[in-house]
Design a protein around this ligand. Structure first.
Ligand SMILES: NC(=O)c1ccc[n+]([C@@H]2O[C@H](COP(=O)([O-])OP(=O)(O)OC[C@H]3O[C@@H](n4cnc5c(N)ncnc54)[C@H](OP(=O)(O)O)[C@@H]3O)[C@@H](O)[C@H]2O)c1
Length: 341
């Protein structure tokens, strides 16, 4: 099996998780790290004891490096499209952190570049590899709760100065919006569970009067989604809440309900209370808790077997369209039909 050479773009919090995950994969080796500052890249190489890795300050130089097959883009949101397009055009497979873009033109530009280049892509909606998500999907596939008619998935995560990312994420130019920056995980979860095309979105957003976390955009959004098959969904997203991280999944079907790791189903005749299914839940905002290793393993498998990931840019574009429709709906005070024009 050929060893895949991997280049990491950015040296922040998430980059460490990719470096660890690719380094642990027996078919991969991290061969390049690109930073705005050469010393920071060299420090990362030393910190992770990367034996055959070069430091770069120029992305185009890194992706021209012989032996580099995959790039992982771990930078602020406004950079993802240009960096992703450059990697795709150089023939590299790409991991792009969420959100892939902060406007719909960017989403489409990246999607087209990846399709045109014929490279593999994955967007880091990493909860798709969370064990509780796996359990829920397995139950849904077996129709344990029948057909979903209503679903709620919520991202309730206070992001303030205690997170390094807050410094740039709270700014519109770099972060985009609350639902793009964080709530996109919940929107993607909603799509992942309902498994249908969204056709209409309505949303409201606000911020607390004191705006203590100095968000340039409204840090709180509640979004309603109508799906083609008739199911409806709700996503609450708050970056301003003051409480421990909560990621909430509630699914209601015609034969039962799922509330995070709890199941009630009319398929089990004697059941008269919730059954708890033990599994790691998506209950932490700490990236070292997230299943990046499983995501990387899946992506390498897709590259090696020449198959598309279920979380490729083309699929993630649909999650982003819902987020962008929510922002438009909240701004204009009207429901927004999908796909966006
Ligand atoms: N999938 C998930 O669960 C998850 C979790 C957390 C974050 N994320 C996403 O991962 C991406 C990176 O987040 P992070 O937490 O790693 O952020 P971070 O710690 O701030 O790191 C971002 C890195 O990007 C580079 N960079 C390039 N231009 C920059 C600029 N103008 N301002 C700031 N940094 C710049 C910096 O590296 P150099 O200084 O070396 O150039 C910086 O270390 C974001 O898209 C974020 O939303 C995803």
């Amino acid at each position: 099996m050929k060893t895949l050479g991997v280049g990491i773009v950015g040296t922040g919090w998430v980059s460490d998780e990719y470096i660890k995950a690719f380094s642990k994969h027996e078919h991969c080796e991290v061969v390049g790290i690109c930073s705005r500052d050469a010393q920071r890249a060299r420090n990362k190489i030393a910190e992770h004891k990367l034996a055959n890795c070069e430091a770069f300050t120029d992305l185009s130089a890194m992706i021209q490096q012989k032996g580099l097959d995959v790039a992982a883009i771990c930078t602020p949101h406004h950079l993802h499209v240009d960096q992703g397009v450059a990697c795709a055009q150089a023939g590299k497979h790409v991991i792009v952190e969420k959100p892939i873009a902060i406007d719909i033109a960017g989403v489409r530009r990246l999607d087209q570049a990846i399709r045109a280049a014929g490279v593999k892509s994955i967007v880091s909606f990493v909860l798709r590899w969370n064990p509780m998500f796996d359990n829920i999907r397995a139950m849904l596939e077996r129709k344990v709760i029948g057909d979903i008619f209503y679903a709620e998935v919520d991202y309730l995560h206070g992001v303030g100065p205690w997170y390094r990312i807050w410094e740039w994420m709270r700014k519109r130019e770099f972060g985009g919006s609350a639902i793009l920056a964080g709530g996109s995980h919940a929107v993607d979860g909603l799509r992942w569970f309902v498994q249908d095309e969204a056709v209409e979105v309505t949303a409201y957003s606000n911020r607390s009067r004191s705006n203590p976390l100095q968000y340039e955009y409204s840090p709180n959004t509640v979004t309603l989604v109508r799906f083609a098959g008739g199911a409806i969904g709700k996503v609450a997203c708050t970056l301003e809440c003051r409480m421990p991280y909560v990621f909430n999944v509630e699914l209601f079907g015609d034969k039962g309900s799922i509330r995070n790791n709890k199941l009630f189903t009319t398929e089990l005749p004697g059941q008269n209370d919730w059954a708890t299914i033990p599994a790691i839940q998506p209950d932490s905002g700490d990236v070292s808790h997230h299943p990046f290793q499983q995501e990387v393993n899946h992506f390498v498998e897709c590259i090696e077997n020449n198959v598309e990931s279920h979380a490729n840019v083309a699929d993630a574009a649909k999650t982003h369209e819902i987020c962008m429709a929510a922002d438009l709906s909240a701004a204009e005070g009207r429901p927004v039909k999908l796909p966006l024009p």
